[in-house]
Design a protein around this ligand. Sequence first.
Ligand code: BGC
Length: 516
Amino acid sequence: MPAAMVVSGGAGAEGKTTVYVIVSAIMAAFGGLMFGYDNGIAGGVTSMDDFLEKFFHDVYEKKLKAHENNYCKYDNQFLQLFTSSLYISALIFSFVASFLCKKFGRRLTMRLAAVFFLVGALLDGFAVNLPMLIIGRVLLGAGVGSANQSVPLFISEIAPANIRGALNILFQLCVTIGILVANLVSYFVSKIHPYGWRIALGLAGVPAVMLCLGSLVITETPTSLVEREKFEEGRTTLMKIRDTANVDTEFDQIVHACELARQVKDPYGKLRKRPSRPPLVISVFIQIFQQFTGINAIMFYAPVLFQTVGFKNDASLLSAVITGLVNVFSTLVSIYAVDRAGRRALLLQAAVQMFISQSIIGILLLKDLKPTGSLGHTEAIIIVLLVCLFVMSFAWSWGPLGWLIPSETFPLETRTSGFACAVSSNMFCTFIIAQSFLSMLCAMQSGIFFFFAAWILVMGLFAFFLIPETKGVPVDDMIERVWKKHWYWKRYMQDEDPDEDQKQSKLEMAQSSSRS
Ligand code: BGC
């Protein structure tokens, strides 16, 4: 889930908690809840027999056969497509939405996201066949893509600077709460036959309605209005949301920031230049690594995984609730630790803990879970504990930091485009995991856990050598205080004159004025 980007708005604002600030917090909460709920609910319903019998009869039959291969019970491309289609659609829509945000504003994009969410939840809740089910997921994905672009932008432009960071973390925390709620809902509705899964999928409509109502009462952000040259409206809106007529300084900052942004004609071109390499490489790789820890193999498929190791349906859904709780509480640890221990300490500690837990899970399964038969009760419980250790370390490190670091390392002119690259890398890797995990589990068996462990080893080394500490560094001081001092990345800062672009745009302006 994307964290709020630090943009121009709110810089000089008094930290008044006006109704607009409260609404922006609520929007952040519902945006995060929606995303988390959709992440978590697929795993719950794919383990429900009524759901499988209706849409995935092959999988249901395989599951019923006592001697069917443990690791392959759920291997079905369509079943995986049910989970993954959301992410491919979110990937595409995050680019569409970044265009809509710029051209038509944040408010319209958020309204659109809410409508996508609502229609998607309705289609899924009332699905009578597989296409309807998948189209519902695709629409939810369009909602996720649109909301993940517009909500963070909206929040960072509306909120006063002093609470922007807190809202950023609130969004991430709500993602984990959304996953937990999805796990709880799955646990309870799995007992309602034959349509418990309909309730689980349809309930996604509740936060969607809230998001809908919220997007009806909110105002457009002053930055968006100025960006679209509606200066007067921008100023009056700013006075309204700050609840004061004294907004000159902040308004001038917004106008100035928009002018600067306009000067950068091609932010994606600028991203390809050498000085952009360090933040770009780090932001994209942190997202790839985040997904290849195997976190979403657990988040999406925990109930299925726990059934694979031998739990009955109920016990496996309950175990998913436990891992969901661990996820929420460990995110709170991150809020406390991130500005005290620093980013690197968290990333490195977690890499060690995740490597150990994934490896031991692999060893236990390799030793004792043969294609037929199941694990002993004690061993199955040990697996759940190891999964908790894994989720815990992810949740206080690579989970939130995967979003925080990309939002704070880019300079202003490439911040939005750089962040969009990070979001889409995340969605793409999430899609790959969702679409292939069950097949990989079938093909590689316990080896899949060693596969994730190997990725974790690589990412630990990557963090050790290449991710610099950004704790306490103001976002606009990154180049001087971080990149130019880093043992490796400093070479990217020296080769090119950083003022080159400014000189270029001054030259262009001089040429055009001499022409006129
Ligand atoms: C990741 C999601 C994941 C969630 C788990 C987020 O940081 O981006 O893919 O499902 O953490 O809490």
